[in-house]
Design a protein around this ligand. Structure first.
Ligand code: 45D
Length: 149
């Protein structure tokens, strides 16, 4: 079930991937919070997060699209060196910053596409541990590995 769900995610467009992560966060946020000792891990992503915080909303959105699309940018390369859990903690923190209006918020009244709803439903049908595994497998392949040739 996990590989099939990850495959569904990877077939989504870049916008839909971002939207999916957002809805996963809003639905799972409460259960994730206690499980996210992200604070310690986030120090490793601090430079990356402060660069994003200093961008305009349009630039932040572009940077997130670039991550999802594996576009080779400075941000994507900095992301690429993070560990998998730090990548998750980084996305989690971006969601929190979106709620605070520091990072570009979801457009008001945004309606997820049917593909997003489909992947979200597939994730919801999994148990919590599997949900985390799906999320790990989606964010781990984002960005660019600067050590790959
Ligand atoms: O205008 O360290 C669209 C554990 C449309 C434990 C858009 C853990 C157009 C160890 C593109 C949609 C494994 C539990 C705009 C950690 C438009 C540990 C924008 C786990 C504006 C950390 C969309 C942590 C945007 C976990 C900007 C499970 C969307 C963390 C952005 C999970 C979406 C984190 C974002 C999740 C989603 C984070 C930022 C699910 C982030 C999701």
């Amino acid at each position: 079930a996990v590989p099939a769900t990850v495959a569904l995610f990877k077939r989504l467009s870049v916008n839909d991937q971002l939207a999916l992560l957002w809805y996963a966060y809003t639905e799972m946020g409460r259960s994730i919070t206690p499980a996210a000792p992200g604070a310690a891990r986030l120090q490793l992503a601090e430079g990356l997060l402060s660069q994003l915080k200093n961008m305009s909303h349009a630039e932040q959105l572009q940077a997130m699209r670039d991550l999802a699309a594996n576009r080779n940018t400075a941000i994507s390369r900095s992301y690429g060196v993070l560990s998998t859990n730090t990548k998750l903690a980084f996305w989690y923190e971006l969601s929190v910053l979106m709620e605070q209006g520091i990072v570009v918020p979801m457009p008001p009244g945004y309606q997820p596409s049917s593909s997003v709803t489909e992947v979200l439903d597939a994730i919801k049908s999994l148990d919590f541990g599997q949900q985390i595994t799906v999320l790990r497998n989606t964010v781990v392949d984002m960005g660019v590995d600067p050590l790959a040739d």
